[in-house]
Design a protein around this ligand. Structure first.
Ligand code: TYD
Ligand code: MG
Length: 467
C-alpha cells in the first residue's frame, strides 16, 4: 500500500514545505502555497513505459565508443527555428517554448508538424479539440507544402487530444512518432500525482516523464509552456533546469512581429533569435529583419541614430530614438524601452563629464525601435549620438550609422566581429559608419564602398557630425 503524502508547494517557484506558509522563503512571494497531494510511490515516479519491461541499468562507456553524428539533427523547413535551436532539432532533446497566450506558440509548432510530411509527428493538444486543430492547420497550409512528395504513407502529422500522460504514452508506444509536440505542459496530468493539472508538482512530474521518454527513445519532445504575468514560465524554475533548450516567443500581440529567442540551449548558442510575422495564413519567417526595424522616416528628425549590432550571430541595423527635454518637476526622469536603464545613466554621466553637455536637468526618454531588448554594447555610441542629437536639435544624416562601445573616459572601444557589422550596414545602403580605431586590424577598408570613420574619442564623433 503506497503512502499518501501532502505537501504545500509555492506555485511560483516550486518550493515545498510540510506546512502552509504565508510567504515563500525561497522567492519571497505572498500567498502562493497550495496543498498538493503527492502519491509517494518512488518506484513508479517519472516512468513513461506502460509495459513493465525489466530495466537495464546503464553502464559506463568509453567516450570514443559513443556514436554521434551532427547530421542526426532534424532540419526543419523553418530557417529561423533551425537557427534558434542551433542548427535543427537534436534527437532526444527536450525543448520548452514559453510565451504569452495568443502570441502564436500553437501556430508555430503546428506549422512545424505539418511541414515535415516525411516524418511521423505527434501533436498532443490538451487545449483544443481535433476540429479546432484541423481548422488552424487548414489556415496555415501553404500550397508548396502540399505538393511535397511523400513516400512513407504512415508518416505525417497525427493529432491526439488527451491530457493524461499515461494514456499519451500508451498511444506513443503504438504510434512510435519521430517528433512529439505537447500543447501545453500545464494541461497535462500524471496519475502518479493527485493534484490538479497546472500545479507545480504536476508540471514537474509530467515534464520528468517526457524527459525520460525523450532520453530513452531519442525522440525529440517540444513542450509549450504558458507564461505568468511576471514573464516567467508558469510552474517552477526547476522546469527550465530540466529541459535542454528554453525558447521564448515574444512580441506585442497587437503588432504582427514576433521574436523567438533561445534563453538556454545545451546544443547551440543561447543568444540566437528568429523573427516572424503573423499573417492571416500563419507565421512567416522574416529573413531581412533590418528592413522592418528601421522605421520609414520622412524629413529630418532629431534624436534618431542607427546602430549596427549583433543579435547572436546575426547582424542587425537598429534604430535608437531619444527625446531630451528640460525637466519641469524636481528629479529628471530617465525612461528606457529595450535598453538597460543603468547603462543609460552611465552614458549620460559620460556625456556630462567628458562631453560637457548639461544633461543633469533634462528628462531623457530612450526607445529601441521594433520592440527589441538589446544587450550588445555596440549600440552605446548610437545611444550617445541620439541623445545629443535630440539635446542639440540637430538631426543625423539618414545614411550614417554607428557601432562601438563607449567607455567611462569617453573613449570609443572596439567591438567584436566588425566585418559583419560593416557588411550589413553596406548592404542596407548606409554611406558612413563610425567605428573604434582599435578594431580595424586586419580589415581591408578599400574593399568597402561604405566610408569607415575610425575614431578614438567621443569628441571626434561630435565634431565630425555636429561640427
Ligand atoms: P496561437 O497559436 O493560438 O497562440 P498561443 O498558442 O501562443 O496561445 O495564436 C493565436 C493568435 O494568432 C490569434 O490571435 C490568431 C492569430 N493567427 C493569425 O493571425 N493567423 C493565423 O494563421 C493563425 C493560425 C492565427
Ligand atoms: Mg495555444
Amino acid at each position: 500500500m503506497s503512502k499518501l503524502r501532502t505537501t504545500y508547494s509555492c506555485q511560483s517557484c516550486g518550493y515545498q514545505s510540510p506546512k502552509w506558509l504565508g510567504k515563500c522563503p525561497s522567492c519571497n512571494t505572498w500567498n502562493t502555497f497550495v496543498e498538493e497531494i503527492v502519491q509517494k510511490d518512488d518506484g513508479a515516479k517519472a516512468e513513461w513505459k506502460t509495459s513493465t519491461s525489466k530495466q537495464i541499468a546503464a553502464r559506463p562507456k568509453a567516450i570514443a565508443d559513443i556514436a554521434y553524428n551532427e547530421q542526426n539533427r532534424i532540419i526543419t523547413l523553418d530557417n529561423e527555428l533551425n537557427r534558434v535551436l542551433g542548427g535543427g532539432i537534436v534527437p532526444g532533446s527536450i525543448v520548452l517554448m514559453g510565451g504569452e497566450p495568443g502570441i502564436g506558440k500553437s501556430t508555430l509548432l503546428l506549422q512545424l508538424a505539418v511541414s515535415l510530411p516525411h516524418l511521423k509527428i505527434l501533436y498532443i493538444s490538451g487545449e483544443e479539440s481535433e476540429q479546432q486543430v484541423k481548422m488552424r492547420a487548414e489556415r496555415i497550409k501553404t500550397p508548396d507544402l502540399l505538393s511535397q512528395i511523400n513516400n512513407r504513407p504512415e508518416a505525417g502529422c497525427y493529432i491526439l487530444t488527451e491530457t493524461s500522460t499515461q494514456n499519451i504514452f500508451k498511444q506513443i508506444e503504438i504510434l512510435e512518432p519521430e517528433i512529439v509536440i505537447v500543447d501545453s505542459i500545464q494541461t497535462m496530468a500524471s496519475a502518479f500525482i493527485e493534484s490538479s493539472a497546472g500545479t507545480v508538482s504536476q508540471v514537474r512530474e509530467c515534464t520528468a516523464e517526457f524527459l525520460k521518454y525523450a532520453k530513452e527513445t531519442g525522440t525529440p519532445v517540444l513542450l509549450i509552456g504558458h507564461i505568468t504575468k511576471e514573464g516567467t514560465i508558469a510552474g517552477p524554475k526547476v522546469l527550465e533546469h530540466m529541459v535542454d533548450t528554453v525558447l521564448q516567443f515574444e512580441g506585442d500581440r497587437h503588432m504582427s512581429y514576433r521574436i523567438l529567442r533561445a534563453t538556454k540551449n545545451r546544443f547551440g548558442s543561447a543568444s540566437e533569435m528568429g523573427i516572424y510575422e503573423m499573417q492571416g495564413t500563419g507565421l512567416r519567417e522574416v529573413n531581412n529583419p533590418s528592413e522592418i526595424l528601421l522605421s520609414q522616416r520622412e524629413g529630418d528628425l532629431s534624436g534618431v541614430a542607427i546602430a549596427s549590432m549583433l543579435e547572436g550571430n546575426r547582424p542587425l541595423m537598429i534604430e535608437i530614438q531619444s527625446l531630451v527635454s528640460p525637466a519641469t518637476y524636481g528629479t529628471p526622469q530617465r525612461t528606457t524601452t529595450g535598453f538597460d536603464g543603468k547603462r543609460l545613466n552611465m552614458l549620460l554621466a559620460v556625456l556630462e563629464k567628458r562631453g560637457g553637455f548639461r544633461l543633469g536637468q533634462q528628462d531623457v526618454f530612450l526607445n529601441i525601435a521594433g520592440g527589441l531588448k538589446v544587450e550588445d554594447p555596440a549600440i552605446d555610441l548610437a545611444v550617445c549620438i541620439s541623445i545629443i542629437s535630440s539635446y542639440d536639435e540637430i538631426s543625423i544624416p539618414h545614411d550614417v550609422c554607428f557601432s562601438a562601445e563607449v567607455g567611462l573616459g569617453g573613449e570609443i572601444r572596439a567591438v567584436n566581429r566588425v566585418e559583419q557589422r560593416i557588411t550589413e550596414a553596406e548592404k542596407l545602403g548606409f554611406k558612413e559608419i563610425y567605428l573604434s580605431k582599435f578594431c580595424l586590424k586586419g580589415l581591408d577598408l578599400q574593399s568597402y564602398k561604405i566610408k569607415v570613420n575610425a575614431v578614438a574619442k567621443l569628441d571626434e564623433v561630435f565634431s565630425g557630425l555636429f561640427g
